[in-house]
Design a protein around this ligand. Structure first.
Ligand code: HAM
Length: 432
């Protein structure tokens, strides 16, 4: 059998890879405008980093790629970055507030389907060292501004508060008591989830469970006054910025470290089962759980693959053009094309060329396919005369025969001439 990328992973080729990179660069720009600096952390960590933050979650208990390295260290490919970034914070203790953004692949052993992969990319941001509700508003606004800036319109921001640790525990107990009472109405899997973590039952999509979940207690009844005030301030902040949101009292998120604010961004342009393009919230207590001081934190991560699927569905954020500016057609053997291409690339011009001594006709076809706006032709006449012919490609406004826009230029002037032509086109935003 031929070798294939492992199930749940894929190769991303150009132009999709260029689009992915452009998305990450756009995110970097938005995050850095808001004072976040990039953190690059390892793709694998000691397994405890993740175990301590979510033993009761599927992401940690069932979906981690764990392994022992040849030195018998127990490691895991990161299933998410918040725990890694919190570990990095504990290790390096940067001055507070510490605002960090990141990007890169995450690994979860999930059942692959449209929009769900075993290796997927995230961009995200974390803010450590403030328990001000305005910090929550800042990170949500960053996620919102970035996503809407991509051209996404069918976005839904869903918010909730999970209260403080004690509130959350009280809620867990209330939920457990409620679900125990109605355990025989739950699905078999629902009963199994109940044994592990009653909060996870709120995410169940099985019809039997849904009916029971509909009557479950809501978190609001368990909030402390401080947690309730915090949430009210976050909602007021979102309103002041004109960011629309929906409250979902059953939004609990798939990781256990959340305290107070939790949120998700969903796209109505995506299939309902995998419509979450991102999520985040506050995780006061996480840094201490990892052996650091009591430093609060709040942040989010966005699924890059899903964001791009949502952009596809909404016809936004197209791949950047991979087209060459110039195609060098050399029918004198190919050596001249090498010299010219290097010279032009040195001047920042995107140049393509053909190999293998192909005919003029074949090279012109390749030039067409490359999307280049200009062709540089070198035949024996040009070579003998120390010249090159510059031709406007037909797809970019040449006449039917191309003749009227073909002219000879001294070989030594061509780089300056082309640089000038391309700069004028760029300034006019024209493709003439
Ligand atoms: P998460 O909700 O697990 O949160 O993941 C964030 C986003 O990553 C999801 O909304 C989704 O778009 C994308 N994602 C997750 N799993 C997959 C998958 N298997 N395939 C494709 N995309 C996926 C976190 O990871 C938290 N660390 C977010 C956070 C940051 N909370 C606070 N700070």
């Amino acid at each position: 059998m031929s070798l294939q990328a492992p199930r749940g992973t894929r190769d991303i080729l150009a132009p999709d890879s260029a689009r992915l990179r452009a998305l990450v660069e756009t995110f970097a720009g938005a995050a850095e405008l808001a004072g976040y600096g990039q953190v690059v952390s390892p793709m694998f960590e000691q397994i405890e980093v993740f175990r301590r933050v979510g033993e009761a979650t599927d992401i940690v208990s069932k979906e981690m790629y764990e392994f022992r390295d040849p030195g018998d260290r127990h490691l895991a490919l990161r299933p998410e970055l918040t725990a890694s970034v919190a570990r990095a914070f504990v290790q390096h203790r940067p001055p507070l507030p510490w605002k960090a953004w990141y990007e890169g692949p995450q690994f979860r052993y999930e059942k692959p389907q449209a929009g769900r992969f075993r290796q997927f990319n995230q961009v995200g941001a974390e803010l450590f060292g403030s328990d001000d509700p305005q910090a929550d508003v800042e990170v949500i606004a960053l996620a919102w501004r970035f996503c809407t800036g991509l051209g996404l319109r069918e976005l839904r921001l869903v918010v909730n508060s999970l209260g403080d640790r004690a509130d959350r525990e009280a809620y867990l107990a209330a939920l457990a008591a409620y679900f125990e009472r109605r355990a025989d109405e739950l699905s078999a899997q629902g009963r199994e989830t109940l044994g592990r973590n009653p909060l996870r039952l709120l995410d169940s999509k099985r019809p039997e469970d849904l009916a029971v979940v509909a009557g479950a207690p809501v978190i609001d009844d368990c909030w402390s006054e401080a947690a309730a005030d915090h949430f009210a301030a976050v909602l007021a902040g979102l309103e002041s910025l004109g960011i629309p949101f929906q409250r979902n009292p059953r939004l609990v998120r798939g990781l256990d470290y959340y305290r107070r604010t939790a949120f998700e961004l969903a796209s109505d342009a995506l299939d309902g089962a995998q419509d979450a393009v991102g999520g985040g919230g506050r995780y006061d207590g996480l840094v201490a759980d990892l052996g650091g001081p009591e430093v609060p934190g709040v942040g989010f991560a966005l699924g890059v693959d899903r964001l791009l699927l949502a952009c596809d569905a909404e016809g936004s954020f197209p791949a950047p053009s991979g087209a060459a500016d110039v195609f060098v057609v050399d029918v004198t053997g190919g050596g001249e094309a090498t010299l010219l291409a290097e010279e032009l690339r040195g001047a920042g011009i995107r140049v393509e060329r053909a190999f293998d001594g192909r005919s003029m006709k074949a090279q012109m076809k390749a030039a067409d396919r490359s999307g280049a706006r200009w062709a540089l032709l070198i035949g024996s006449d040009e070579l003998a005369g120390g010249q090159v012919s510059l031709r406007r490609m037909r797809a970019h406004g040449a006449t039917a025969t191309g003749e009227s826009v073909q002219r000879r230029i001294p070989r030594r002037d061509i780089t300056a001439e082309l640089a000038c032509l391309l700069a004028t086109e760029a300034a006019e935003g024209s493709t003439l």
